[in-house]
Write a protein that binds this ligand. Sequence first.
Ligand code: AP5
Ligand code: MG
Length: 194
Amino acid sequence: MFNLVLFGPPGSGKGTQSENIVSNYKLQHISTGDLLRDEVSRHTPLGTEAKKYMDQGMLVPDEVVIGMISSKIDESADARGFIFDGFPRTRPQAEALDKLLEFKHTRIHLVLALDVPEAELVKRLVGRGETSGRSDDNEEVIAKRIKEYHSKTQPVASYYNAHGKLETVTGNHSIAETFKSLTKHINKYLLPVT
Ligand code: AP5
Ligand code: MG
C-alpha cells in the first residue's frame, strides 16, 4: 500500500492533480472537501453542521472530519493506496490519521506540497467561482480560507517535515508540467499502472 497526502493552500491544484494521479496510479481518492459538499447537498445532519463553517471559509471541527475519514478508509480496505486531498488540515487531524493508518498496519509514505503564490490562488479561485456554484468561491470567503490555511493548516507541513516525509513542488506552472514534477516524487515509491 502507498499513501500520499496532497497538500497546499486553497486553489493550489490539489483536486486537479488528484484526478491525474488517480487515473495514472489507481489510488483511492479521499477529498474531505468533496465528502463535505456531498453531505451538504444531501442535507444530512453532518452536512448542515459543516455548511455553517464552509460558507464562512472556516475549517470544519476536527472531530467531524476525522470520523468521516475513518469510515471512508474502511470502505476501501483493499485499495492500492490512498491519496488524501485537503486532509489533514490541522495538527490533530495529522496525528489522528497516523493513528488510524497504524491501526491498519500502514502509514503515510509521502506528502507533496504544492507551492503557488497567493495572487495566483485568488485569481484561480475567483475564476472557478464564475462556474463552480461553490458557496465559498467569492473574494471575501477566499481571503478567509487563505487566512485559515496560514494559521491552522501550514503547521501540518512542519509536522510532516519533522518526520522526513515532506517534498515541495512548484504548482505555478501548467497543469501538465506540475503533474510531471509530482510524478518524479511518486515514482520513487510506486510506478504508474499502464
Ligand atoms: P476544499 O474543497 O478542500 O477546498 P480548498 O482547500 O479551499 O481548495 P480547493 O478545492 O478550492 O482548491 P484545490 O487545491 O483543490 O484546487 P483545484 O484543483 O480545484 O475545502 C472546502 C471547505 O471544506 C474548507 O474551507 C473547509 O470549510 C471544509 N474542509 C474541507 N476539508 C477539511 C478538513 N480536512 N478539515 C476541516 N475543514 C475542511 O484548482 C483550483 C482552480 O485552479 C481550478 O479552476 C483549476 O482548474 C485551476 N488550476 C489548477 N491547476 C492549475 C494550473 N496549474 N494552472 C492554472 N490553473 C490551474
Ligand atoms: Mg479541492
